[in-house]
Design a protein around this ligand. Structure first.
Ligand code: 3PY
Ligand code: MG
Length: 255
């Protein structure tokens, strides 16, 4: 699998569906990776996941045709390098607010001369092959999260960052930054317009636009706006909803 599944979807002109993992569970990662989803994102920012958990989650999905992304806790070249060395196919970086930060993100993801990533692909070299150095540029995806009013002011300059693959919207942070309650299917006009603008800015810059959604309904709306990487399921939400529905279906016997 030299070309990641996300890139194959994109090459076919189709959106990539992403599953989100916040729990530190290799087995849940494996279950999600078997679901037919195109990619999984291991969330080290708000998830309960540290680096050792992330490594175990990456190894649990080995050999499956699913792209493995890690959302790092912050814009920090050290952790970005570590998750790529551990075999991640890409990085989502929160709170990228300026073109300088976007350039730092790309630099952390790319080996010289394209960036400043240090060489030492301990596990990536094992699973992606001894020619990983040559393949890394084609494999590793860099997503810059647009989730503040400041990022919106700098939107076109961020999108134009050489080497950046995609913008990724955090609708909850974007909403609160614009003065509205957090949510994963925002309906405040200013937020809706901003989300449309972000898709357009990505398109104008020739890169992709991704977003976290609460589920398929809103995902369809944003795909219609041009989003090509769409989180449609999250471990905690799916588990709670599925269990809650089963409990509700038994209510006549239990209440
Ligand atoms: C947000 O909505 O702010 C996010 O970061 C989603 O993960
Ligand atoms: Mg956020």
């Amino acid at each position: 699998m030299e070309i990641t599944r996300i890139k194959r979807q994109w090459a076919d002109g189709k959106p990539a569906l992403n599953g989100w993992l916040g729990g530190p569970s290799p087995f849940n990662a494996e279950i999600m990776a078997h679901s037919g989803i195109c990619s999984v994102t291991i969330d080290m920012q708000h998830g309960l996941i540290d680096f050792s958990d992330a490594v175990r989650m990456l190894t649990a999905t080995k050999g499956l045709d699913v792209t493995r992304i890690v959302r790092v806790p912050s814009l920090d070249a050290a952790i970005i390098g570590k998750v790529l060395d551990a075999g991640a196919d890409g990085v989502i970086c929160p709170l990228v607010n300026t073109p300088a930060q976007a350039a730092d993100l790309v630099a952390a993801c790319r080996y010289p001369p394209d960036g400043r990533r240090s060489y030492g692909p301990f596990r990536a070299g094992l699973v992606h092959g001894p020619d990983y150095f040559d393949k890394a540029r084609g494999r590793s995806l860099a997503f810059a999260m647009i989730e503040t009013a400041e990022a919106l002011e700098n939107l076109n300059a961020i999108a134009a960052t050489p080497g950046l693959d995609a913008l990724f919207v955090g609708p909850a942070d974007l909403s609160i930054s614009l003065g509205h309650p957090p949510g994963f299917a925002p309906d405040a006009d200013v937020v809706v317009k901003a989300i449309e603008r972000i898709a357009q800015a990505a398109k104008d810059a020739g890169i992709h636009a991704g977003i976290f959604t609460g589920g398929p309904d809103y995902a369809r709306t944003v795909i219609g706006q041009g989003y090509t990487f769409v989180t449609i399921a999250k471990d905690g939400i799916v588990l709670a909803a599925g269990t809650g529905a089963a409990v509700a279906a038994m209510k006549d016997l239990t209440d």
